[in-house]
Ligand binder design. Structure first.
Ligand code: G2I
Length: 444
């Protein structure tokens, strides 16, 4: 018997208790209190729930109210794309992207960056380039935009939609691809160098089942992991019709087993039993530990790029649809999530605390450590952490000494100063287990 706390009345639970055998009752898990918003419900298992946002709608009160209440991750629908951020070669404009980022951060949300390189929405000047001139422009674009947003982006879609549809499982032809097959890894390396704290994702559509296209991407990710190309996550856009494919979860899981996070990045579903399909997608993510969050591609049906298909969670007037309830229930039902452990010491004036968010998979892990200043400004910091069964293979936004046992991290030049009560993050990746890190922070 499966109970979801929102759909079962107290009377029904009591009658279950009085009529069922005790052993059966103990198997039933009813959360003490179910969360009432998508973001809070996802956060219970260490996940996020996000939406695409259009800067032009940030004056619409209904839109902003739903955004601020329900979501804790934001993607700029168009404003961080190449045509928006570099309309003329070497001239960067961040007004739309910054507006979305500032609105999100000001309301306690994180931001997914979308997208550094994509064959669509290239500015006209880039569409006319080829070869080494284009390659130089592409890498400069990645470096400039990732540097502008350095330290502020949770995850970047570094490369979007580079694989072809149809049976071959190969790359899509584009002027980007014609600069050489290594353009994707070159972009990931440039993005890592520019913003070492951002998770770096490959993002695509029609990859929601085990098919030739998703397998082509799977093979690329496996190769990147084997050769140390910095990739942290794969985005599954999930623009679906009718249903989630029956092997949706299995497909997410096979990527997770490569040691990357998986994220559902642009979810919308038209036709069929929409509430059921949304529930199935959400449950699939919840069942995959490395599935760190879900983003829907817009708030109300009238905000969707799929005009007339009503593929989202809110009606045009902002009312919650059946699909909303189905997603909320699935998030509240829980599932194994990215684990988060927190240790604190008493910082006192001038002191600091450290907490770690750990994404562990079979054979490896990524740890993100948050350093928080006490009641006065920090001028520098030192964090020690213990790796009893793991070895660090790479790290970012800190200096490191040691790779296993007691490992010490100190700030780099750009993140040593932390305002009173403020925080900064660094991270590392390793093989084996990252459990028991118990980081502790001292001012340096
Ligand atoms: O096409 C759906 C999505 C597929 N994956 C990548 C996403 O970035 C993509 O998003 C859509 C936006 O939702 C649309 O809003 O990307 C489209 C561009 O390919 C966006 O459409 C564009 C229109 O084509 C432009 O004419 C318009 O100026 O939106 C622009 C801003 O409203």
């Amino acid at each position: 018997m499966k109970l979801t706390s929102r759909s079962v009345s107290l009377g029904a639970i009591i009658s279950t208790v009085t009529t069922a055998a005790l052993g059966a009752v103990l198997l039933v898990s009813v959360p003490a209190s179910a969360a009432s918003t998508l973001g809070a419900a996802a956060a219970q298992s260490g996940r996020y729930f996000g939406t695409a946002v259009a800067a032009g709608k940030l004056n619409d009160q209904t839109y902003v109210n739903i955004l601020n209440t329900e979501f804790n991750m934001v993607t700029a629908e168009n404003e961080m794309k190449w045509d928006a951020t570099e309309p003329n070669r070497g001239q960067f404009t961040y007004s739309g992207g910054d507006r979305i980022l500032n609105q999100a951060v000001g309301n306690g949300k994180r931001v997914r960056g979308h997208a550094l390189l994509w064959h669509q929405q290239e500015p006209g000047w880039a569409q006319r380039l080829e070869g080494s001139d284009l390659r130089q422009a592409m890498m400069n674009h990645v470096t400039q935009v990732a540097t502008h947003y350095r330290g502020k982006i949770y995850a970047w879609d570094v490369v979007n939609e580079a694989f072809a549809d149809g049976g071959g499982g190969g790359r899509r032809d584009s002027n980007l691809q014609r600069t050489g097959n290594d353009w994707i890894e070159a972009a990931f390396r440039a993005a890592r160098a520019a913003d070492p704290a951002a998770k770096l994702c490959y993002n695509d559509y029609n990859t929601d089942s085990i098919n030739a296209k998703s397998t082509g991407i799977y093979t690329m990710v496996r190769d990147f992991k084997a050769r140390g190309v910095p990739i942290d996550c794969v985005g599954f856009q999930s623009h679906l019709s009718n249903n989630a494919p029956s092997d949706y979860q299995a497909n997410l899981q096979r990527f997770a087993d490569l040691g990357v996070e998986v994220q559902i990045t642009e979810l919308d579903i038209s036709g069929g039993n929409q509430a059921n399909a949304y529930g199935a997608v959400t449950r699939a993510c919840m069942a995959v530990r490395a599935c760190t969050g879900i983003t829907v591609w817009g708030i109300r049906d009238t905000d969707s790029w799929r005009t007339g298909e009503n593929p989202l969670l809110f009606t045009g007037s902002g009312a919650k649809k059946a699909a909303y309830t189905s997603v909320l229930d699935a998030l509240n039902a829980g599932g194994p999530g990215p684990t988060t452990t927190t240790t604190t010491n008493d910082p006192g004036p001038g002191g600091c605390t450290a907490s770690v968010s750990l994404n562990q998979w079979n054979g490896g892990f990524v740890a993100t450590v948050k350093v928080t200043a006490g009641s006065s400004v920090l001028r520098g910091w030192r964090v020690t952490a213990t790796l009893s069964n793991g070895t660090i293979t790479s790290h970012w936004s800190a200096n490191r000494s040691g790779a296993s046992g007691t490992v010490t991290f100190t700030n780099v030049d750009y993140n040593g100063a932390v305002p009173a009560g403020g925080s900064t993050e660094f991270g590392f990746q390793g093989t084996g287990s990252g459990s028991g890190l118990a980081p502790s922070c001292t001012a340096a």
